[in-house]
Write a protein that binds this ligand. Sequence first.
Ligand code: NAP
Ligand code: ZN
Ligand code: ZN
Length: 360
Amino acid sequence: MSNDYKFEGWLGLDKDAVEGKMQWKEFEPKPFTEDDVDIKITHCGICSSDIHVLRSGWFPTQYPCCVGHEIVGRAVRVGNKAERGIKVGDRVGVGAQAASCLKPDCEECTSGLEQYCTNVNCSTYNGNFADGSKSYGGYATYNRTPSHFVFKIPDALDSADAAPMLCGGVTVYSPLKKNGAGPGKRVGIVGVGGLGHFGILFAKALGCDKVVGISRSNQKRDDVLKLGADEYISIDEDKDWATKHARTLDLIVCTVSSPKLPLMDYMQLLRTNGKFVQVGAPEDILPDFNALAFIGKGATFGGSLIGAPHEIEEMLQLAADKKIKPWIEQRPMKEANEAVVDMVDGKARYRYCLVNEESK
Ligand code: NAP
Ligand code: ZN
Ligand code: ZN
């Protein structure tokens, strides 16, 4: 296959990009090395992190920036040192991480915690590889990523379903799995957006005794029950919800993208030794909370960052085996700006996936 292709995509040039002002332009990927895989992108999910980065919400973004880290496509060029047995023509995907140091003396990289590597930690976009070159994401024609962070997509999964799992899915799968979600456990998922809806699907697939969707209004109640949740709580509309449901959950995974969290009420939902894991990454600091709420029941407050490569593989296999069907709305890549604006407006039910029609 010829390597004569252009890396082009939707570039954010400044923070106004989030208002639907990304521009279609060519960009220069990292120099190809024998560990790399070039992917002709067919699908790319829209994650809320794309929104935070487009508007420099967490910290100043390195513009020009091509966001998108839920990438699926065909491998069109594969280095001769590539891992995972990837071959030209394979259907493959990339999540939110593109590189870590992978050194034999790295505590994180040698223990399946690559996402926490402190030596080299290159996000799929708005990051820098060890050679200093910039990373560019998947609202694009092609992507180049080191093969340690490229995954074969099981045949049983549609590309549009698999793409959003690579960040949105694994970000909830990882803390569910690490914190024992399964038979005998009762789990709450706060915020039913892209991540939250995966939280419900994966908590059910892992066999939890009870899964509760926790959302602001009652608007998503029917959807959440259809997704398989056993119960639904509307924190804006259900009266005295925290008292009524007090001490009913072992684990809460909170995906909310805003700092407006009634943390003390969520703590009330936890049983003795319960855990609250924050994965939503608001741009502003969280509200104050009283330590006694944790101390009094031996509870833990934690956080979790995406998932490691081995967890991504495990999650894809679970999704294939259990026939997990996420709720995805496909949008043409050409309309990425409109889709970003709709995502900011909270219209996705529950994940948008951009599709490069001509690459399919
Ligand atoms: P999303 O689809 O927009 O969902 C976020 C949910 O948060 C919404 O559906 C909504 O749930 C709730 N929410 C939104 N605005 C709110 C507000 N003003 N007040 C209270 N709740 C609000 O976003 P996503 O793609 O799932 O991402 C969620 C967050 O996770 C983002 O901050 C993203 O950057 C972060 N993230 C973190 C990681 C990680 O590694 N930790 C990885 C990926 C994404 P309800 O309507 O149900 O209330
Ligand atoms: Zn993401
Ligand atoms: Zn490392």
